[in-house]
Design a protein around this ligand. Structure first.
Ligand code: ZN
Length: 475
């Protein structure tokens, strides 16, 4: 069986106001408080295009390697639905702002590239709340706050073959939109939504019947819906039952899909050019500036970290999940030039601390200077690696410098050979049996004796030096 998957993703552009009016895009406010004649579709109201939305869409399209069209067109997509007061949606149809492009993904089948068909700008519809969602006594209420929210819809080619690949694609796309500040990418708040097109066929050369699964609102749901649908279609094929070309709904609780309606053809929407808006003409100079100012993309940075800095794929992926983390890392290694050490410390100790605090790196007081200073102290044996774990919270919570924190905690490592020699003589005097064993050739006993010395120094002795001094005195 061959599974073929394409995705359609709606990404909400991070503007302050809606696509065609001045209403706020704030999330979670009282229903129907961010509305006006334009987004309610009242007679005579005219749309005005939000320039920032176009800028963000352009930025994303350039980053995705799309061909960005200097001239594109808005169209009306006509349909009746209670959450659509105008009875049409302003979108782009045969002349979208961008075509082509791709997103790289890492999968079980190796590193691959998912091609994009197109990206177009459109407005969102309102939100119906059915009795199933909330207790409304069987009624359906509608919230128009979401009407007219600016979206970019990204349509992929059918290049994915499993739920896992679709999941990886979405993760990488979300990382990019956040990286660029184009969208919050927050699926729980509806800022990123995904529809799946999936077909299963016994013949790899022929595509099966395409089924659409609508409005999946978490990465996990996308994967679960695909896994379920794959099995359902395979069962239909095995039983000789027909697979209908239809739209299906994924039930989060049951983990199953059910038929919603038969699939519309695009001519059902009676698209025509939007008469209230002129053609969208991008400014060539601005487009050039978007290209010039494009930052290094997360996946580009990830491969550079692996290739040039020798980081593991795991560490490189972790550090490039958020742009602020990647920048923190780069500023830290600019001071303490030991990328692998910095990466591993950030991926373990710093990550653990953030996890405990429930904070992001930016929400703590840890600076690249402080982290670099701390790691330098471990490297030059001022403190032990173990002691550094006690120092880190003071840097992150109180904004202390490493020197202040080490002094406050009294953690300075003893690397003075004469002080260590004093401890070593005591250890030798107190552990006659083990000393005999060592001298009798059982060298492993040295570890025990070093442990005794560390205990005497209350953990402050430099363990390496302790071993050397003991070894010398015992011989
Ligand atoms: Zn409005």
């Amino acid at each position: 069986m061959t599974t073929t998957i394409g995705l359609e993703i709606h990404v909400q552009l991070a503007t302050r106001t809606k696509m065609f009016c001045g209403c706020s895009t704030a999330y979670g406010d009282e229903p129907n408080t961010h509305v006006c004649p334009v987004c309610l579709g009242l007679p005579g109201a005219l749309p005005t295009l939000n320039a920032e939305a176009v800028h963000l869409a352009t930025r994303l399209a350039v980053a995705l390697g799309c061909e960005v069209h200097e001239v594109s067109e808005f169209s009306r997509k006509n349909y009746f639905y209670p959450d659509l007061p105008k009875s049409y949606q302003i979108t782009q149809f045969d002349q979208p702002i961008a075509t082509g492009g791709c997103v790289p993904i890492a999968t079980d089948r190796g590193a691959r590239s998912v091609r994009l068909t197109r990206a177009h700008i459109e407005e969102d519809a309102g939100k119906s709340m059915h009795a199933a969602d909330i207790t409304l006594g069987g009624e359906t209420l509608v919230d128009f706050n979401r009407c007219g929210m600016p979206l970019i819809e990204i349509v992929t080619e059918p290049d994915m073959q499993s739920g896992e690949e679709a999941y990886e694609f979405l993760r990488n796309l979300r990382r990019l939109v956040r990286w660029l500040g184009v969208s919050s990418g927050d699926m729980e708040k509806g800022a990123m939504r995904c529809d799946v097109n999936i077909s299963v066929s016994p013949d790899p050369a022929r595509r099966g019947t395409k089924v659409e699964i609508k409005n999946l609102n978490s990465f996990r749901s996308v994967k679960r819906a695909i896994d379920h649908e794959e099995q359902r279609q395979a069962r239909c094929l095995a039983d000789g039952a027909p697979i209908m070309m239809e739209t299906r709904h994924f039930d989060e609780v049951q983990g199953t899909t059910t038929a919603m309606r038969s699939k519309e053809a695009s001519n059902d929407y009676r698209y025509f050019p939007e008469p209230d808006l002129p053609l969208l003409q991008l400014d060539a100079a601005e487009l050039a500036s978007v290209r010039t100012h494009m930052p290094e993309l997360p996946w580009e940075m990830q491969s550079r970290f692996e290739r040039d800095l020798g980081l593991s794929p795991y560490d490189a992926a972790l550090l490039t999940e958020e742009r602020s983390t990647a920048e923190f890392f780069e500023r830290t290694i600019a001071i303490h030039n030991n990328p692998r050490k910095v990466a591993s410390y950030m991926g373990t100790e710093v990550a653990r601390l953030l996890n405990e605090r429930g904070k992001t790196l930016a929400e703590t007081r840890l600076t690249p200077e402080a982290l670099a200073g701390l790691l330098a102290m471990v490297e030059n044996n001022t403190i032990s690696n173990t002691a550094s774990k006690d120092v880190l919270p003071l840097l992150a919570d109180a904004g202390a410098t490493p020197a202040e924190a080490v002094e406050k905690l009294g953690l300075e490592q003893v690397s003075d050979a004469s002080a260590i020699e004093g401890f070593a003589r005591e250890v030798i005097a107190e552990n006659g049996t083990q000393v005999e064993q060592f001298r009798g050739g059982k060298e492993a006993v040295l570890g025990f004796l070093v442990g005794q010395l560390m205990k005497k120094s209350r953990g402050k002795a430099n363990p390496k030096l302790a071993g050397e001094v003991l070894g010398r005195l015992l011989k």
